[in-house]
Design a protein around this ligand. Structure first.
Ligand SMILES: Cc1cc2nc3c(=O)[nH]c(=O)nc-3n(C[C@H](O)[C@H](O)[C@H](O)COP(=O)(O)OP(=O)(O)OC[C@H]3O[C@@H](n4cnc5c(N)ncnc54)[C@H](O)[C@@H]3O)c2cc1C
Length: 492
């Protein structure tokens, strides 16, 4: 079997992006996907005239996606289009404060000054801090391989080391935000960015303050047709460039001999390949596909990132006070994270994230109606009583929305679909239903994250949210690039 023959396990964003990159490098690529559809977590749900993006809803760093098309000499705009959001998110607080985060820095600073009383210079400086972290960390922790000997002697790493103070490694996100922001509501707003990789702002290093840089300084976007357009564009590009995708082909086993990967087994049949890339969760890959519980156990020693409970509600009404992205903050944020990470449960007043794509894509809901994707962060699955927690979350969310919006939301629900950590795990193989693999709560998390290749099994590679550099669409796309680069070097 020629070494340039690759099998990819999973057609998530990571698997598709990796396959597209390997095709550009001249590999023949087959993707084995257990589901009947592409995208993994980035899929959609249609029900009773409503359409819901099922997973991610915020699109950042579109250039990482565009690069995949350019690699094949294709115009990305022929596959998908997107627009920058002038208003990124609306925030609602229990004390009655309502505010918007705008893309335009001047407008945003004015709004935050008016609503939160923080001087524009304070906002500007805090986002400059985020930009500084990006400048020092992105080449080390996001765009390149990490964890091998060379990464600790690279110019970028040494530059970071010299400027370690500016990376804010030794304080938590909450400590950083409360040190530099004069209003607790602004602190809460910036603390929220820890949840973008499923972490706890009261424990995670303030280096994660890099995330607001991506959203505010680089921009927030929405693809035309909703987030699912990303998956559709990737699938089409993969097929156009000769990637073979086998849907409803779960991989049961990775076949090895003397710790060298020879191929996979799907539907009881063996398929040989020069190399295998797993887009499935790394702990699942070792534990279930290789029967290597020791390696899986070592990954699972790291704390898992949060999961989610999502209520997709078709709403028989229109809410002009709501935008595309909305956050209804918990009154006691610290308690919310104690519940999630220390008690593995939900608090009585969880923060609610509400995404309404029909605000931009009217055909996602019937006329006069809205498609509500309502999400609360949930702990990773440890065998909790989920039907009980879902019922608890539903009551708390409805009470909160009614309290803040002043309307009986339950009476307006025309249709409902619920996603929970156990479904996330069974549909995508993400262990414990975690959305982003291991959490980023320790300052060592980036060092401990599984690399893009297996140190134990030759010709086994990884791409996706559970490995370096992390979860979320931009990180996953970066992961595909790093993995493809590594494969090209080793299998030239
Ligand atoms: C509710 C929710 C909200 C989110 N919000 C955001 C957001 O706003 N912004 C953001 O950037 N990210 C967000 N994320 C995270 C983001 O969706 C993920 O980080 C990203 O989609 C992961 O992509 P992936 O390719 O690594 O893995 P996945 O999407 O999990 O894909 C893995 C694929 O592998 C397949 N697979 C697994 N095991 C097998 C097997 N044995 N055989 C064959 N196929 C297999 C699965 O079916 C799946 O298709 C969210 C996720 C969820 C669920």
């Amino acid at each position: 079997m020629p070494a340039k023959d690759a099998i990819v396990i999973g057609a998530g964003v990571g698997g598709l992006a990796l396959a597209i990159r390997l095709r550009a490098a001249g590999f023949s690529v087959r993707i084995f996907e257990q589901a009947a559809y592409p995208g993994g977590k980035l899929c959609e749900k249609k029900q009773d005239g409503y359409r819901f993006d099922a997973g991610p809803s915020l699109f950042t760093m579109p250039e990482l996606l565009d690069e995949l098309f350019s690699l094949h000499g294709k115009d990305p705009r022929a596959y998908y289009t997107y627009t920058q959001l002038p208003e990124i998110c609306r925030y609602f607080y229990e004390d009655g404060t309502r505010l918007s985060s705008y893309s335009d820095p001047e407008r945003r600073a004015r709004e935050w000054e008016e609503k939160l009383g923080i001087p524009p210079e304070q906002t500007r400086r805090h986002l400059q801090r985020a930009a500084d972290i990006w400048q020092l960390t992105s080449d080390v922790f996001i765009f390149n391989r990490f964890g091998h000997a060379g990464s600790f002697t690279s110019k970028a790493f040494l530059k970071g080391l010299i400027n370690i103070r500016k990376m804010h490694v030794f304080r938590t996100m909450h400590a950083l935000n409360s040190r530099y922001l004069s209003d607790p509501r602004a602190v809460q707003l910036f603390n929220r960015y820890a949840t973008y990789n499923g972490s706890n702002p009261y424990a995670a290093p303030a280096t994660l303050h890099v995330i607001p840089h991506i959203e505010y300084n680089l921009g927030a976007y929405l693809p035309a047709g909703g987030m699912i357009s990303i998956t559709r564009a990737l699938e089409k590009l993969a097929l156009d460039t000769g990637v073979q995708i086998l849907y409803e082909h779960p991989v049961e086993r990775i076949v090895t001999e003397n710790d060298t990967v020879l191929g996979i087994q799907s539907k009881g049949e063996g398929h040989a390949a020069g190399l295998v890339v797993s887009n499935a969760d790394a702990a699942f890959t070792y534990g279930r596909l290789l029967g290597d519980t020791g390696s899986a156990g070592r990954i699972l020693e790291q704390e898992r990132s949060t999961s989610a409970i999502v209520f997709n509600w078709g709403i028989r009404s229109h809410f002009p006070e709501l935008g595309l992205h909305n956050i209804f903050f918990s009154a006691d944020y610290e308690n919310e994270f104690r519940c999630l990470f220390d008690k593995y449960t939900l608090c009585d007043d969880p923060t609610v994230y509400l995404f309404i794509s029909s605000k931009h894509e009217p055909e996602d809901a019937p006329p006069g109606c809205e498609n509500w994707f309502v999400m609360v962060n949930a702990p990773a699955d440890k065998g909790q009583d989920w039907p009980h927690l879902i019922a608890h979350a539903r009551r708390a969310v409805l009470a909160k929305l009614q309290r803040i919006l002043g309307r009986d939301i339950e009476a307006l629900i025309a249709t409902e679909d619920i996603l929970d950590p156990t479904l996330i795990e069974s549909r995508t193989s993400s262990v414990a239903g975690s959305l982003y693999g291991p959490a980023g709560n320790s300052r060592w998390a980036a060092f401990l994250r599984h690399p893009n290749y297996s140190k134990k099994y030759r010709h086994l590679y990884f791409t996706g949210g559970s490995v370096h550099p992390g979860g979320g669409i931009p990180m996953v796309l970066s992961s595909a690039k790093i993995t493809a680069g590594l494969i090209q070097k080793r299998h030239a």
